[in-house]
Write a protein of this length. Sequence first.
Length: 324
Amino acid sequence: MTAATLSDTILEFPDNRLLIDLCGEYDRNLTDIEARTGVQILRRGNQLAIHGEPEALEAAVEVLQALYDRLEQGREVASSDIDREFRVGDETSADEQLEMFAGGKVEIKTRKKLIEPRTDAQKAYVTSLFANEMAFGIGPAGTGKTYLAVAVGVNMLINGEVDKIILCRPAVEAGERLGFLPGTQEEKVDPYMQPLYDALNDFLPGKQLAKMREEKTVEIAPLAFMRGRTLSNAFVVLDEAQNATTMQMKMFLTRLGEGSRMVITGDRTQVDLPRGVPSGLADAERLLGHVDGISFNYFTGKDVVRHPLVAAIIEAYEKDAEGA
C-alpha cells in the first residue's frame, strides 16, 4: 500500500446523540468497521474523518450511513447490524419482488423483536418462505434455517395468515431409548425439541407462548406424531430433515392441507440415520427440485451467523469433503 492509493473523506452527522450511538461504547462499532475494511476512522465533534483505500473507504461510508439511517428510524445498532450491512447486498432479483418487501428491506416482525436477515442467502430464503407454500432450507448449522423459519411462522400467525404453528423433528438420536426414560411422551422428547422452544421464546412473550401451547395454537412434536393428520391453515416446520427416512419425508410432505405452509430444514452432512438407510431429504431434493411452487434454498459456511470460528470449522470440513 502506498500513500498515492489512499483517500480521505469527511462524514458529518447532524444529531450528536445519534452519532454517539453510531460509534458505540468505547467506539467499538468504529473499531469493528475499521477491522472489516482496513480504513482508519477518527471522530471530530459531529464528524467522522475516514482514511483508507478508495474501495474500502466507499464500503465504510455506505455502512456508516446505513447505520445512522437506522438510528434515525429509532432502532438500535448492534454488532449483528454491522455484520448484516457488510454481508447483505442491495440487489433484489425479479423472483424476490414481493409487495411486502418492495423497498428492498426484508424484515420479519414478531411480538418481541424485529428480525432482519444477515446474509444474501438468508434474505433470499426469507423471501421464498413468504412466496411459496413449500420451501426447503439446506445447509450447515448456524445459518439461521430453522430460526428464520420459526420467525416467519410467528409473523404469519400474529397477522392471521395461519391459525397455528406446528414444529417437528425426527427423534432419531433418542430412538427406542425413549421408552426407557421417565415421564410422559412429551417430557421424554422435550430435550430433543429444545432448539425449537428456544426460537419460539425469542419471538413470543412467555405467558403468551404458554397459552398458545395449552390451546394447541403452537405445537412441538416428533415427526412420528404427524402420521394420519391433514394440516390445514398451519405453518409447519420440519427441522433436522436429513434424519427423516424416505417414507417419513413422503408422509410429512403429503400432510400439506389447504391454506398451509411447509418449511423443511436440514444439513446433508449431519445424517444420524442407521448405515444403509437413505436420507429422505436427499430423495426430496432429487424428486422435487423442478416442481413448481416448491423452493430450494442453500446455505454455506459463509452464511453462518454464530461465532466466527464456527464458520471457519464448517469451511474446513467443506474443503475436506470437496477434496475427498
